[in-house]
Design a protein around this ligand. Structure first.
Ligand SMILES: NC(=O)c1ccc[n+]([C@@H]2O[C@H](COP(=O)([O-])OP(=O)(O)OC[C@H]3O[C@@H](n4cnc5c(N)ncnc54)[C@H](O)[C@@H]3O)[C@@H](O)[C@H]2O)c1
Length: 389
């Protein structure tokens, strides 16, 4: 089968690391990590494993997180360690930064990284509220455009997602009329809250449970699926409606919802549905589906699959038959964050900067639109959202 997105990926790899930088270690792309929590250490490890990169600095407010990085991330034990992110950004010998701090800090940290003229890989989402996203976009407007500004929406770098998106664009499923994002994922509802941390640090340590720090569940978690809807739908929605609520009382933090049913209305009569359910007793179903007049394409982090009508019986789908070969399914070759990290360093090495800031900002705003629609229990337009801050 033709894999057009392989060509996309290949374009990013036209220059091998050796050709671009020679073999001297000092020609590597130097990078620092701001926020060595779970994601910072995970993405930071993939970055450190890229032969074109060298980790030279790490930063976290808390010494225990610095210590974890030093033992887990290759090269971090020899890297300079900072408590203040501004000190890390002031290091002239750092080319690039990974920002993996709590969501509400992304605009501030992104803005400072733009001012310091670093290549940026900022974790998703772009901010926890509309004001934060606007602040980030103001920084983008005056950024040095020779620098990469990438965000942790890693789906956009997965060869399998890219193939699926191209299939939709090229009409493989006919006219796209409906998209769904399922973000069904969660442990048992927490019964009690017990923190190992000093009470004065607890909100920051458990930032994900507070809406002003995380944006809430739609913004912090479901934004990946929402980003995929915007990408495949080639637009942001013009308005949204939604319902949602709290199935289980939260013992800590201020989540006011743990399940959501949002309808996004895109230009051209295209709808995008977000079905998001937390606290599922461990059950996981995270995927997107794209329905057209001639078939359906499903995407997930580990595969994409295509169902088309069978030629001899157009009203039957391959699922009606025992012959599973009629369903085209392609598994991801690796964890898709590695695809995103590879694209990041390739863009720097090849001096072909990636700027996905508008897409990241729009996807974050789309998540905020869904939040506003279900919280107000009425239709909310894109313009109203933008006017709200
Ligand atoms: N792309 C993905 O698939 C994915 C997956 C998980 C998390 N994330 C995102 O990554 C980010 C981090 O999430 P996490 O799960 O690693 O959280 P985390 O709490 O484990 O890590 C955040 C770290 O930032 C540090 N920090 C807080 N304020 C700081 C400051 N002012 N300066 C320096 N460090 C500071 C914290 O001490 C902590 O170690 C979030 O935006 C989250 O949404 C993305």
């Amino acid at each position: 089968m033709d894999h057009p997105t392989r060509r996309d990926a290949a374009n990013l790899l036209l220059v091998s690391p050796a050709v671009a930088f020679g073999s001297q270690a000092n020609s590597a792309v130097t990078f620092g990590i701001i926020g060595t929590g779970g994601r910072g250490r995970y993405v930071g490890t993939h970055m450190a494993n890229d032969k074109r990169a060298r980790l030279t600095a790490i930063c976290d407010l808390f010494p225990d997180r610095i210590d974890l990085a030093k033992t887990q991330v290759p090269g971090a034990d020899k890297a300079r360690a900072f408590k203040e992110y501004k000190e890390l950004l002031a290091q002239q010998d750092i080319d690039a930064v990974l920002i993996a701090t709590p969501v509400f800090l992304h605009p501030e940290h992104f803005e400072a990284a733009v001012n310091a003229r670093k290549h940026i890989y900022c974790e998703k989402p772009a901010g926890a509220d509309v004001a934060g996203v606007k602040r980030l976009m103001r920084a983008v407007a005056r950024a040095d455009k020779s620098k990469t500004m990438q965000f942790g929406f890693q789906q956009r770098f997965s060869p399998e997602y890219l193939t699926a998106e191209r299939m939709v664009k090229e009409g493989k499923i006919g006219q796209l009329t409906l998209m769904t994002s399922y973000w069904v994922l969660g442990n048992r509802p927490p019964q009690q809250f017990k923190s190992p941390y000093d009470p004065k640090d607890q909100k920051l340590r458990h930032w994900g449970l507070w809406k002003d720090y995380s944006g809430g569940p739609i913004v912090e978690q479901d934004c990946h699926g929402v980003d995929t809807l915007n990408w495949f739908g080639k637009a942001h929605p013009v308005k949204a409606t939604g319902t949602g609520g709290l199935r289980y009382k939260v013992p800590y933090g201020d989540w006011s919802s743990d399940h959501h049913n949002i309808t996004y209305y895109y230009p051209g009569n295209l709808e995008g549905w977000l079905i998001s359910i937390k606290h599922t007793g461990g059950f996981r179903d995270v995927k997107e589906q794209f329905f057209g007049s001639e078939g359906m394409i499903e995407t997930a982090r580990t595969y994409y699959r295509y169902h088309g009508p069978i030629p001899t019986s157009p009203l039957k789908n391959a699922d009606d038959l025992a012959d599973r070969s009629l369903i085209e399914k392609v598994d991801s070759k690796r964890e898709i964050t590695i695809d995103a990290v590879e694209a990041f360093f390739t863009s720097i090495v090849q001096k072909k900067p990636i700027d996905m800031s508008t897409a990241a900002a729009e996807s974050t705003l789309t998540a905020l639109l869904g939040r506003m629609a279900h919280e107000t229990r009425r239709e909310v337009s894109w313009e109203e959202l933008l006017r709200s801050a």
